[in-house]
Design a protein around this ligand. Structure first.
Ligand SMILES: NC(=O)c1ccc[n+]([C@@H]2O[C@H](COP(=O)([O-])OP(=O)(O)OC[C@H]3O[C@@H](n4cnc5c(N)ncnc54)[C@H](OP(=O)(O)O)[C@@H]3O)[C@@H](O)[C@H]2O)c1
Length: 282
């Protein structure tokens, strides 16, 4: 049966990929960003949902600038936590399903095997803390939900590591990239496709919970940069370096590989290897 799906933060990387894929869907999509629906405004969220008769909310809105969040704590908390509480409570009130996106940064990176959904969280900075508070607001709200934690998101939309490395390797003769942070890139188009597949299965109804999603495989930012450069045909020399060489206000997890067994088994998903997906990005 056709569903009405509200996508919030729809002008971002993930929201834009959902917009592209929605063209081939039988469902009705309502794409909104802050100009159409500011999710920090509880009344606006309630009114929008009741007026449009929504079945599912996919929350792609977030405060995603990890460094800036350290100084802009209130704004990060408003968008990543309090606004998510709005969405969750409205979802509970109108008995909707909330598909909310979270992050590998809820972990401190001290493990050396892929993170399970049940592993203890311990965010290292404001971004991760506010995203974790957003997750708790969802789980405490009583709504039916899927929280999908993802990592190292990139897309042909918006700004991201892939675009930065393409630009820098075109402009420079040499570049240093950290090799002591290990994780897995996620092509936002693959995550968007997985969300639509999950909706198609209808299995979200009985499977409320937290899930992990990234592409398959493991790499450091250095390996990721090398692959981006090789695909771009640029000749820039890239050298591995330690995170300490790039002083930052916020500490990032050294290891944030996500274990995707649960999402694959629950919803029957097949996830592409990260290098294959990187090649797909135009
Ligand atoms: N990017 C990553 O590397 C990464 C990694 C792990 C997890 N994630 C998670 O994945 C999800 C999608 O990330 P993304 O990279 O697609 O994000 P993004 O490109 O930064 O997009 C977020 C969108 O939300 C909008 N927004 C901000 N405040 C809003 C508000 N009050 N009401 C409605 N919309 C608002 C933003 O608008 P403005 O641009 O005008 O602020 C932007 O269009 C997020 O939950 C993020 O935390 C991302």
């Amino acid at each position: 049966m056709s569903k009405k799906i509200l996508v919030t933060g729809a002008n971002g990387q993930l929201g834009s990929e959902l917009r592209v894929l929605s063209v081939n869907s039988n469902h009705e999509f309502l794409f909104t960003d802050v100009a159409e629906l500011d999710i920090t405004n509880r009344e606006a969220v309630d009114n929008y949902v009741s007026e449009h008769g929504t079945d599912i909310i996919v929350n792609c809105a977030a405060y995603t600038n990890v460094d800036k969040a350290e100084d802009d704590t209130e704004m990060a908390d408003n968008i990543n936590h309090l606004a998510v509480k709005n969405l969750a409570e409205v979802s509970a009130k109108y008995k909707l399903i909330l598909i909310h996106i979270s992050t590998d940064y809820v972990f401190d990176g001290s493990k050396n095997t892929p993170y399970l959904e049940t592993d203890p969280t311990a965010p290292l900075g404001v971004y991760g803390r506010t995203k974790l508070d957003g997750e708790k607001a969802v789980t405490d709200s009583g709504c039916d939900y899927l929280i999908i934690r993802t990592s190292w998101l990139y897309s042909s939309f918006g700004n991201n590591f892939v675009k930065t490395i393409r630009r820098l390797t075109a402009e420079k003769d040499s570049l240093k990239v950290v090799f002591d942070q290990v994780g897995t890139p996620t092509y936002a188009a693959d995550l968007a496709s997985a969300i639509l597949e999950i909706i198609e299965t209808g299995k979200y109804k009985s499977n409320s919970g937290i899930y992990h999603f990234s592409n398959e495989g493991v790499c450091s930012w250095y390996d990721f940069a090398i692959e981006i450069r090789n695909l771009s045909g640029n000749l820039c020399d890239i050298q591995p370096c330690h995170s300490a060489e790039f002083p930052s206000k916020v500490k990032r997890p050294n290891f944030s590989v996500l274990d995707k067994t649960k999402i694959k088994e629950t919803f029957g998903l097949k996830i592409p290897y990260w290098k294959v997906s990187l090649r797909e990005m135009t």
